[in-house]
Write a protein that binds this ligand. Structure first.
Ligand SMILES: Cc1ncc(COP(=O)(O)O)c(C=O)c1O
Length: 350
């Protein structure tokens, strides 16, 4: 078995090697995919694995991490030239966002659908955090629903693949592996081939499959377990809501920090200033400045965050991602320790 996997890995590497060479000789324009920056690194990793072009578009941090059509157009234009030139075929949108925690507005979603229609892009709607919406005035709209309500030509022509996972939401258990994908407006032959490819994979565990069933078909009013299900679901989401506020409020009291409201998902992605002396120290240590900060934090406090460079960020800006998952008392303790660390760090490198 492991020998077979090894052979397959070798085959994949040969395909990638060949596609890189063919690209180098200018014989092939590689298909490319627009992905957000900051992004969930699964996307850059998958594109690298399949030898596809990665075309980043920046989310607008000053506008609650919204998507800007001008920025999408800039990214497409930029992808046409240079050593990594590719032909953009698809757009990935993560809503609610990881690591950025934004929930897209309905007008923003309509703009994205029109953009995909205009440029004939397949839309990958990563909607795995659809149950995790906290901020007042924020609401989750699925791309499919908005597209259907926009009517023709969008409802009939834009190809959408929407993703959902049971490891988020109110189940929130990464040990329960399961999820689903819905395809809309795909060519039946493409769909048939995709089903064939997916059917060749092994299935998730029974527990994962059971959870998929439970999340896809939750109890209805009048069912014996409805009241308890609603009580537990409401309690989990209310607690996450409290933690989302707690985390952004605390970071915003810290000198040199700016943190957008955590409207949804399970993360905060604050921006922080790095003193010039700390940037020099990072250089001397051979680390990116935000990685240097994250390591110092880990070594001195035991708090683990992921540096912004792991997700992508505008050059010269520094971020990290942290989650809202620790229970409230533990999260408060973590934030107090974090605050103390940051004050000390700032003084040390003043
Ligand atoms: C945006 C996003 N998409 C997809 C996934 C993958 O979900 P799963 O837990 O089902 O592997 C994650 C997991 O963190 C995620 O954050």
């Amino acid at each position: 078995m492991s020998e077979k996997v090894g052979e397959m890995g070798k085959d994949l590497r040969v395909v990638n090697w060949l596609s890189q060479r063919v690209k180098f000789l200018g014989l092939l324009v590689v298909p490319g995919v627009l992905i957000p920056i900051p992004q969930y690194p699964l996307y850059s990793a998958s594109l690298a694995e399949y030898g596809l072009g990665q075309v980043g578009y920046y989310l607008d941090e000053d506008n609650q991490w919204a998507l800007d059509e001008k920025e999408l157009t800039r990214a497409i234009e930029a992808s046409k030239t240079g050593p990594n030139a590719c032909k953009v075929r698809a757009l990935v949108v993560i809503n609610p966002g990881n690591p950025t925690g934004q929930v897209l507005t309905r007008p923003n979603i309509e703009t994205i659908i029109k953009f995909c229609h205009k440029h004939r892009l397949v839309l990958f709607a990563d909607e795995v955090y659809q149950d995790n919406v906290y901020a007042e005035g924020s609401q989750f709209f699925s791309f499919k629903k908005v597209m259907m309500e926009m009517g023709a030509p969008y409802s009939k022509e834009v190809e959408v693949a929407s993703f959902m996972s049971v490891s988020k939401g109110y189940m929130g258990e990464c040990g329960l592996r399961g999820g689903w994908m819905e395809l809309v407006n795909f060519d039946p032959q493409v769909q048939a081939n995709l089903y064939k490819a997916i059917s060749a994979m092994l299935c998730p565990t029974v527990l994962g499959q059971t959870t998929v069933d439970l999340v896809a078909k939750p109890p209805k009013e009048g069912d014996p377990s409805y009241e308890l299900w609603l009580k537990e679901k409401t309690a989990v989401l209310a607690s996450l809501n409290k933690r989302a506020k707690m985390i952004a409020d605390t970071f915003n009291t810290m000198k040199g920090f700016r943190c957008n409201i955590v409207q949804g998902a399970m993360y905060a992605f604050p921006r922080f200033d790095m003193p010039p002396k700390a940037i020099e120290a990072a250089k001397a240590a051979g680390k990116a400045p935000d990685v240097f900060y994250a390591f110092k934090l880990l070594e001195e406090t035991g708090i683990c965050v992921v540096a912004g460079s792991g997700f992508g960020q505008r050059p010269g800006t520094y971020h990290f991602r942290t989650t809202i998952l620790p229970q409230p008392a533990l999260l408060q303790e973590m934030l107090d320790i974090f605050k103390g660390f940051h004050e000390k760090f700032t003084k040390e490198y003043a």
